[in-house]
Design a protein around this ligand. Structure first.
Ligand SMILES: NC(=O)c1ccc[n+]([C@@H]2O[C@H](COP(=O)([O-])OP(=O)(O)OC[C@H]3O[C@@H](n4cnc5c(N)ncnc54)[C@H](OP(=O)(O)O)[C@@H]3O)[C@@H](O)[C@H]2O)c1
Length: 245
């Protein structure tokens, strides 16, 4: 078990890069940052950008590639010297031969989280990756391993759980305001309690007509949604409720 913190170079300045940088630095870890200066340059870096990248990577042991999924492998290929370092990427969907993967099972937006939240974020590592504690000592985040061939399914399930619910609630908040003239705010206690119930007793958290098998109400709901995107969504969830319950 490693007992000496490593030095990190974070590539990118997007959402994950900002959160990672904030977390690692807050824990006293040595972190350098690098980002390309011109977003339109693709993989072509100017001589000074490349020299800066090479010099920073020389000063660090671990390079954290917090850049968009499709850029990870070409970026490493375009900067071969990076292979001297331990290379980590954070894509939940991709398994790459160029580097190890450690996916943080969390959503990262523009706003940073409070410092006590970051250690709770679980990381899902591919089987071939070194352990989380080996790379990120002394961080104590929970971490798990997953076979590379299961990553596409794993990531699809993450997207369906997190991103789909955001889209669903955004659409419902919009329709409350625009079509019912009710403030979206009034949905919040319902949203929080639904989430709390799901966390505390997921198996029995479902209520309402789908749980009761109330066909009459379900038909009324479908009629009210006919012609809108939520009609098909409702029908899909109806099918899902029959599989799950
Ligand atoms: N955000 C999340 O919730 C989340 C959660 C888990 C995992 N991840 C993973 O984290 C990684 C980064 O995602 P993100 O959400 O932070 O993305 P993001 O906010 O869109 O930032 C992407 C970063 O990649 C850089 N980039 C893109 N193409 C590049 C290239 N050819 N060379 C160098 N830099 C390049 C961008 O630089 P420019 O500004 O110059 O374009 C930007 O700094 C992805 O692998 C993603 O799957 C994200």
């Amino acid at each position: 078990m490693r007992q000496v913190p490593r030095k990190f170079l974070i590539i990118g300045a997007g959402r994950l890069a900002r959160h990672l940088s904030f977390y690692l630095k807050s824990q006293g870890l040595c972190v350098l940052n690098w980002k390309r200066l011109d977003s339109s340059c693709g993989f072509h870096l100017s001589a000074s950008e490349k020299a800066d990248l090479q010099e920073k990577s020389r000063q660090c042991e671990v390079v954290l590639l917090a850049i968009k999924d499709q850029a990870i492998a070409p970026f490493v290929q375009a900067n071969e010297f990076l292979k001297e370092n331990l290379l980590i990427h954070f894509s939940g969907a991709l398994s790459l031969k160029e580097c190890y993967s450690m996916h943080p099972l969390m959503t990262f937006g523009q706003k940073l989280y409070s410092l006590d939240f970051y250690p709770k974020i679980p990381f899902v590592l591919e089987e071939k990756s070194p352990s989380f504690s080996e790379v990120f000592f002394p961080l104590k985040n929970p971490w798990f391993r997953l076979e590379a061939e299961k990553k596409p399914l794993y990531h699809a399930l993450c997207v369906a759980s997190g991103n789909f619910t955001v889209l669903l609630w955004q659409e419902i908040m919009r329709r409350f305001q625009e079509e019912l003239n009710l403030p979206a705010e009034i949905l919040k206690p319902y949203l929080f309690k639904t989430m709390e119930n799901l966390v505390s007793h997921s198996e029995s958290a479902l209520t309402g007509p789908l749980q009761r098998g109330d066909q009459k109400t379900i038909q009324l709901n479908l009629e009210a949604l006919r012609g809108s995107q939520l009609f098909d969504v409702y029908k899909s969830f109806l099918n899902l409720s029959q599989v799950v319950h």
